[in-house]
Design a binder for this molecule. Sequence first.
Ligand code: ATP
Ligand code: XMP
Ligand code: GLN
Ligand code: MG
Length: 523
Amino acid sequence: MSMPKEVPTVGSGSEDVHKIFDTVLILDFGSQYSHLITRRLRELNVYAEMLPCTQKIPELDWLPKGIIFSGGPYSVYADGSPHVDPSIFELGIPILGICYGLQEIAWHNGRGVSGGDKREYGHADLHVIRHENNPGIDRLFSGMTGQIQVWMSHGDMLSGLPPNFVTIASTTNSPFAAIAHESKPLFGIQFHPEVTHSPRGAEIIKHFAVDICKCKQDWTMEKFINKEIERIRNVVGETGKVIGAISGGVDSTVAAKLMHHAIGDRFHGILVDNGCLRLNEAKKCHEMLTKNLGVNLEVVDASEEFLSKLKGVTDPEKKRKVIGNTFINVFERKALEITEESGIHIDFLLQGTLYPDNVGGLLKDMKLKLIEPLRELFKDEVRALGTLLGIKEELVWRHPFPGPGIAIRVLGEVTAEQVDIARRADNIFIEEIRNAGIYREISQAFAALLPVRAVGVMGDQRTYEQVIALRAVTTVDFMTADWYDFDGKFLRKVSSRIINEVKGVNRVVYDVSTKPPATVEWE
Ligand SMILES: Nc1ncnc2c1ncn2[C@@H]1O[C@H](COP(=O)(O)OP(=O)(O)OP(=O)(O)O)[C@@H](O)[C@H]1O
Ligand SMILES: O=c1[nH]c(=O)c2[nH+]cn([C@@H]3O[C@H](COP(=O)(O)O)[C@@H](O)[C@H]3O)c2[nH]1
Ligand SMILES: NC(=O)CC[C@H](N)C(=O)O
Ligand SMILES: [Mg+2]
């Protein structure tokens, strides 16, 4: 569940934004799809924000035009399960409950929810029930009649209709699959309209946000840029300085450009060479960002520090922790150094965090406050933003590269020698993908170095060397992914180049696993 963050953060969502845009507030009960609700609303050009489910509306300094309760992994009737502040139902603001959210509405409005006999996961046929004699009560389903396909993921269900509610849709397993209050703007649906598996889900969300909540559809990327630049200027003040964690990846590049627009040279980007970057990455990024984007960027070579801390570490999560903590140490040291040199105190650290990124726990002890201008956005929105800001296509369409870098692509212990092997193989793979003109068709590609040795023969000599696994996937959102179907000739060429050019490798394999059950990365 999204809990309030442990670090002070100044993401989007200062009070002024609510003066400009009508806002739908999503109260998050921890569903894996909560952020997709925000996403669907923004596709309608409706501004949306998500807060923890326990948020009390009177404590906000703005009022949402509508509220959506997300789904969640809990059961409303269980001890300790999360609940909204009950006064929320008295505000007169339209509410839509999704899955757990529906159950929460029923639970607060005097009706039981219980474990059903049958769980419903996957597709279901929803029978829409029209109410000719009660016009408007079924307007969530305007223009829909008969059966529509929806996607379900629940085990609990309403054991009856709460007083003053009517049923507006049902399925064979859920007699109260959608309900509406007779006089108040309260709606609940058992299915998930936010996932693409509910083909008419976006329409249902539109009916709620636009027809029921009367939200204006005026949220655009251009407005986002202006709002964000103004917000950054307000937060940072006229003389404040910001340092930025810049990796050369899409997200931090776009964030840096935005920051540069907002405060110019008072922004100081820092690219940390953690010893696990791609081949010549630090140098290439430095050139691209300073020359093409005019961003003030310094490369800090901390590779020895990172590699020495990674010594003996083989567990993937431990690698991430070590690297995350070392990043923080480097940034804090750097901030102090700049303060000592210039006498200007540095309060802020810019990060290219996106909506679906999970930055959790790591930053607990950090003294710098985070500025995360892209916190609200998804990858494709960031690419659209980058394009609007005039960033070159080559940069905007780079494949994502994880913060821990090659450290999680060298399976087992990370040493400079192992990173070097993986990095050289990776470089050949990506080079050939670019030469073949298929870079944009692939969402992400890389080489991983396996910690096993295999027997081979090279120039009549027996070899006993390591294996490179190539991975290339296509995906929309990185939640699910498919392997890319290269032709044999291409793979033959890459394999031959890697085995010939990269010392220490005598075998290349291609990973043909989908996500799920595999992940994109090998660690
Ligand atoms: N080597 C690095 N030096 C400085 N900051 C870094 C480095 N690696 C990652 N970061 C910070 O961590 C954030 C998260 O990394 P992430 O890989 O998700 O984003 P990105 O590198 O900006 O974009 P992309 O997803 O395209 O790789 C970055 O936006 C950046 O702020
Ligand atoms: O910044 C990052 N730090 C990490 O620790 C990390 N682990 C995975 N990834 C990236 O997330 C996407 C999905 O990866 P998985 O299928 O392996 O979880 C892919 O794009 C991965 O590259 C990371 N990015
Ligand atoms: N996806 C959900 O919101 C599930 C809600 C509840 N835990 C159920 O199983 O019915
Ligand atoms: Mg990256």
